[in-house]
Design a protein around this ligand. Structure first.
Ligand SMILES: Cc1cc2nc3c(=O)[nH]c(=O)nc-3n(C[C@H](O)[C@H](O)[C@H](O)COP(=O)(O)O)c2cc1C
Length: 209
């Protein structure tokens, strides 16, 4: 079932899955099955990457099938994230391999490519009725220690995975954030056709879009 809460109202037509993707803090207690998790991470692995390196790695914890890993990842979160993230069905730690495998040189695009993989997974999730919520609020040191992640891998983000639930179950402050209008910068602020904007063209009321 698709999530129709707080759908983005884009300036121009985009895929419905893009408009429906959001970062919920309320989840139902419906488990995300192993098959669905496998579909999600297969989608992540379909992303493009510099040199075809595929630098993304994901440590996954599921309340149902790998509860210890789930608890370990949740314990690395900042308290303001732990409060709601602990109710998701699953959680994942996104990790980037920071060197190229073919020559051992630093891969400056590794985190870019992990982000692409996460974004791709997020859209596949919407198609399957699932939503993810990415977080920077976690301890990289704690996560590295918890899973003994080698030094040439960088910890990028943590994200919850679950079926979006009833926002009334959230504390008032979080409910308010969940229902706050989802807005985006106008296209004229991010798309500069023809060149970098000048002081004059930064007047967005006259920007060409
Ligand atoms: C890299 C990254 C880090 C984020 N960190 C957090 C976080 O620590 N806690 C949180 O509640 N949301 C976090 N978010 C979620 C953003 O606040 C959210 O994506 C943004 O407000 C846009 O909302 P939307 O995803 O529903 O469109 C993060 C998102 C990204 C992509």
């Amino acid at each position: 079932m698709s999530d129709t809460l707080n759908v983005l109202q884009p300036e121009h037509a985009i895929l419905p899955q893009l408009a429906q993707r959001r970062s919920p803090r309320a989840y139902t207690n419906q488990p995300v099955s192993t098959e669905t998790l496998q579909q999600l991470f297969t989608a992540a692995g379909s992303a493009a990457s510099c040199f075809g390196e595929q630098p993304w790695r994901f440590v996954v914890g599921s309340q149902q099938s790998s509860p210890e890993a789930f608890e370990k990842i949740v314990s690395t979160l900042a308290p303001f994230n732990q409060d709601w993230a602990k109710n998701a069905s699953a959680i994942a730690l996104a990790v980037a391999k920071t060197t190229f495998s073919h020559d051992g040189n630093p891969n400056a695009w590794a985190k870019h490519d992990v982000g692409q993989a996460a974004a791709t997974l997020a859209i596949q999730a919407v198609e399957l009725g699932v939503q993810i919520h990415q977080m920077a609020g976690f301890s990289q040191d704690a996560a590295r220690a918890a899973f003994q992640i080698p030094a040439d891998f960088e910890l990028v983000s943590v994200f919850t995975i679950g079926y979006p639930g009833n926002v009334d179950a959230l504390p008032d402050a979080l409910k308010e954030r969940e229902l706050a209008p989802r807005t985006r910068k106008p296209l004229g602020e991010i798309m500069f056709e023809g060149g970098w904007p000048t002081a004059q063209s930064e007047d967005y009321s006259v920007a060409k879009v």
